[in-house]
Design a protein around this ligand. Structure first.
Ligand SMILES: Cc1ncc(COP(=O)(O)O)c(C=O)c1O
Length: 391
């Protein structure tokens, strides 16, 4: 091919982000199922349940009318309802004017990173961590700076680690999630407070991914919005409200940054899907249903915490929140990708290898998602036990 013709078809360097390995596990599981096998799905981080019935009813009713664009920042009544949620859940007043509706928290990250950072700026992230943080930052021309966490800091970034990284080369931001993916760990409220104070004291912007709020078992999560008016809080209807496919989330933005985000959203997306916004507002009326589902996760968590050690998987991180258990499989394998592949093929249990989440130590870990049914959890424990017993 001619050089000029080849250039037309060459992707940009910024688009060269790694794939999400969990998708490969999903594809392998689908192949087994297509051939008649049965797989217990613990690889994908999403609830098995549907959206609250209130959300579905509201969406059905809205379908009879016109589905038009909304304001770029979102439907005002939804923004107000989310602000009210901060009063109900955390006892704090948040101005609805600070709420920005987004297409899932995923679009919230894009908008927030664009509004906060210049290209080349450096943002600290915990490792292990959710891979798209670093891939979105890279695609936007920013530099993710991975800070390794471990048992000695309860798998949290500490103020001391942050300052050490900042001294080595200045940071402009830090992003933290609690409860976190893949670890399922949570940051203690006093540690979070200290981390925000350390970050902001050093001029480092603080972003809090609160997508797993509501799914806390060890202790109640606190929102960064109650600790600092400058913190950027990102949240979503995907997990607690079981609305992954509706693609609806929100940001609590510091007031001076709302207008820049509004301008970005106007240009990048016009507005967020209207039907999903209408459903999301009604989702708050279905909280009782969601609490039932949360109790199911608590039971699943208990089944795994009690059952996996009997299988031989007795080393895992504190199972504080979200619906993840991050297990150390190094007793059985030095390659969690191969471990997960064999567990899928030989035991029919799909889980995600840690390498997706932690490039350096992830080969020792596997993430189990326990958002399925209790019967599946019991069966998974039994299958893994039989399989590991044969190893
Ligand atoms: C920690 C974390 N943040 C953000 C997201 C993105 O979710 P959504 O775009 O559906 O809100 C996920 C999805 O799995 C996640 O685990």
């Amino acid at each position: 091919m001619l050089d000029s013709a080849r250039r037309l078809l060459t992707p940009s360097l910024r688009s060269d982000v790694p794939p999400f390995m969990v998708m490969d596990v999903m594809a392998a599981a689908a192949r087994i199922e297509a051939a008649g096998g049965r797989v217990i799905h613990m690889e994908v981080g999403q609830p098995a349940a549907s959206a609250p019935s209130t959300a579905i009813a509201a969406a059905r009713a809205a379908l009879g009318g016109r589905i038009a664009y909304t304001e770029a920042l979102g439907i005002p009544s939804l923004r107000k309802r989310i602000a009210r949620h901060y009063g109900d859940a955390y006892g704090i007043a948040v101005d609805p004017g600070r709420i920005v509706i987004t297409t899932g928290s995923s679009a919230g990250f894009i908008l927030a990173f664009l509004a906060l950072f210049e290209t080349g700026e450096r943002i600290a992230l915990a490792s292990p961590g959710y891979p798209p943080y670093r891939h979105i930052l890279t695609a936007l021309g920013c530099e993710p700076v991975l800070i390794e966490t471990g048992p000695e800091t309860r798998w949290e970034i500490t103020g001391a680690q942050l300052l050490a990284a900042h001294r080595a080369k200045p940071l402009q931001g830090v992003l933290v999630a609690s409860p976190a993916n893949p670890t399922g760990t949570m940051i203690k409220p006093d540690v979070l407070k200290e981390l925000i104070e350390t970050a902001e004291g050093a001029g480092i912007r603080f972003i809090s991914d609160e997508i797993y709020h509501g799914l806390d078992y060890a202790f109640p999560a606190v929102t960064a919005a109650q600790l600092s008016p400058s913190a950027v809080v990102i949240n979503s209807f995907s997990k607690y409200f079981c609305m992954t496919g509706w693609r609806i989330g929100w940001i609590v933005m510091p007031e001076p940054l709302v207008r820049p985000v509004e301008r970005l959203q106007q240009n990048l997306a016009i507005s967020v899907p209207t039907l999903a916004q209408i459903a999301a507002e009604a989702a708050f009326d279905g909280a009782a249903e969601m609490e039932e589902i949360k109790h199911g996760y608590e039971e699943n968590r208990r089944i795994l915490i009690e059952g996996l050690p009997k299988d031989g998987l007795d080393k895992f991180l504190p199972v504080d929140g979200a619906f993840y258990l991050y297990a150390d499989v190094s007793r059985f394998s030095n390659d969690s990708f191969v471990f997960a592949q064999r567990m899928l093929e030989e035991a029919g249990v799909a889980a995600t290898p840690g390498v997706d989440f932690d490039p350096t130590r992830g080969h020792h870990f596997v993430r189990f998602c326990y958002a399925g049914s209790a019967a599946e959890m019991h069966e998974a424990v039994e299958r893994i036990g039989t399989w590991l017993g044969r190893m």
